[in-house]
Write a protein that binds this ligand. Structure first.
Ligand SMILES: [Zn+2]
Length: 148
């Protein structure tokens, strides 16, 4: 079977229902299905899924990747610190915002892996995103340390 491209996913032809599904469904897939439902909170699975999605995004620059991340309503990402081989990406209004705090739980690893996959494709080198803050953990935002 030929793979689906991200562009093909935009072909939506639903009569009664719109092109969106509720955030609680996304959260159910991410948190009940994956975080709670998979061994080790889905660690390697979320990394694989996120990277695959990130690599499929039709973006050619870091800025475009961040813009698309926001237009997909995942969250509002901002680069808050930039060093030679590392950027810190802060995400406001993350999909997890408003969930009850559960200290010690950082739940937005897949979303970081999406950035990782997109950056990897754009920069054509190995990139690693690590989730360092999460609203669910009680932090003021979600944040990723991205090494490249
Ligand atoms: Zn989050």
């Amino acid at each position: 079977m030929d793979d689906f491209s991200f562009e093909e996913l935009k072909n939506i032809n639903r009569k009664k229902l719109s092109n969106s599904v509720p955030l609680e469904l996304y959260r159910a897939i991410r948190l009940i299905g994956m975080y709670q439902g998979l061994p080790m909170h889905g660690k390697s699975t979320t990394a694989t899924i996120g990277r695959k999605i990130g690599e499929s995004l039709p973006v050619n620059s870091i800025n475009e990747a961040l813009k698309l991340f926001e237009s997909l309503n995942i969250g509002v990402p901002t680069i808050v610190d930039e060093k030679e081989n590392e950027v810190i990406v802060q995400v406001d209004d993350c999909f997890c915002k408003g969930l009850p705090h559960k200290e010690g739980h950082l739940v937005c690893d897949l979303e970081g892996a999406i950035l990782e996959g997109a950056f990897t494709k754009i920069l054509d080198k190995r990139v690693r995103a690590k989730e360092t803050k999460c609203n669910v953990n009680g932090d003021s935002c979600c944040e990723y340390q991205v090494k490249m």
